[in-house]
Design a protein around this ligand. Structure first.
Ligand SMILES: [Zn+2]
Length: 148
């Protein structure tokens, strides 16, 4: 139906964001489905499967549909990517805190708790490792294309 982001931050952003051009119905509501009732829609509005929608009504034309889909990409998706990009420092702090908790449990004779928290930490680190690897691939592809 819509557009799903598959870039470096896709795993951190999650699968709840599929962008599409919703149709504005004469009663003001938005719909993502095509029905006979939706035939006399008044415009396209950028929308996302998470519930977000844009504030601009684009014309009920092919160009309007493209503009609405572009608005999802330029507005909502870019905000999600920027938020994920800004998460590196807090993630690093969280990893440091958890690592100290693991050490504390070992020191206080709770290796079972240490192992449980270390396993969670391992999963989180793996997610960010994959993200960093995706970023490295995107950077390499960008260089191959001449930085475009
Ligand atoms: Zn969304």
């Amino acid at each position: 139906m819509g557009t799903v982001y598959a870039g470096a931050y896709a795993e951190l952003i999650g699968a709840d964001h599929e962008g599409y051009a919703a149709r504005r119905l004469p009663d003001g509501s938005l719909t993502s489905t095509w029905t006979a009732q939706a035939a006399d829609f008044t415009g396209y509005v950028a929308a996302c499967s998470c519930g977000w929608h844009g504030s601009v009504d684009h014309p009920p034309t092919d160009d309007g549909e493209i503009a609405a889909a572009g608005e999802w990409h330029q507005t909502h998706l870019q905000e999600l990517i920027a938020k994920a990009e800004a998460g590196w420092p807090s993630w690093a702090e969280c990893v440091a805190v958890r690592a100290r908790v693991v050490a504390g449990h070992v020191a206080s004779g709770r290796p079972d708790m240490a192992a449980e928290i270390a396993a969670r930490l391992e999963g989180e680190v793996a997610t960010w490792r994959r993200t960093a690897q995706e970023l490295a691939q995107e950077a390499a592809q960008s260089l191959t294309r001449g930085g475009v």
